[in-house]
Design a binder for this molecule. Sequence first.
Ligand SMILES: [Zn+2]
Ligand SMILES: [Zn+2]
Length: 291
Amino acid sequence: MSENTTITSNQIIKAVESLKDLRPVYGTILDFYGQIFVAQEDSKSKLHIDPIQISEEMLSIKAEDNFPLINISEFAIDAKEAGDLLITICDIVKKAGGDMVSTNQTVLKAIEAGKLDQKELFASLLNEDDAFFENTATELKIEKKALAFIAYSSLKPSLSMCAEQLSANLNKDKPWGKGYCPICGSPPGLSMFQGEGERFLFCGFCWHKWASSRIFCPFCENTDAKTLNYLYSEDEKEYRIDLCDKCKKYIKNIDKRKTDRIIYPPLEQVATLHLDIKAKEIKYESGIDLA
Ligand SMILES: [Zn+2]
Ligand SMILES: [Zn+2]
């Protein structure tokens, strides 16, 4: 079990508050995501997902060839609960105000009018059916990214629960050693140091956490210390940006040992947008799609 499975709504709220004290400029964005994350964790406790079964033979083939356990399209989800969460998320967006309100109202109306089928929306996200998002966004006159955000945010509890169930099939004694997620094959969205300084990566899609070498670029598997650098600021001792000069990609890293705050990785991800800006200024690209 990864540790972010046990976080309570209260802990998320505390994490939001301590980050807001540190970085008041993020106040609005932290309040917004804080509510989304609380809604997601609440939703997770209501999910009904039958664990995906993978035969021993298939498991050993996958382990041998370093294949992830499933493809994104194979995630088991609770579409009913994801649909309920979608309504809650639209409500949070409405209360927050801002650019996405009209998108959300349009999405809700389209669902009510039967013009947009939630199940199809979720299936299209998992099948990476870009044409569906393109067409639906055009038809409803909304932003494609906003539609994808709503769909992904509603599915996230299902994705992480399915990943947790599947993680029981991973070999605990053999380090994964790859830069992509052992569960779903997606690139990592965040890196973390903890304990004695061991490094872990978090999947940018299902948030599965896996152990990784420290001198290692997860995007091109570069292990040459001379071309792996990082940016660091004394003002924010718990963060650094790991840079790879081979593929010119970066990943944000949080050092858990350097802070007493409650660390909820998805929140750290959104509270560090200034690091993304910094990395882009010096011409490095994110290893994941930043919506
Ligand atoms: Zn994953
Ligand atoms: Zn690289």
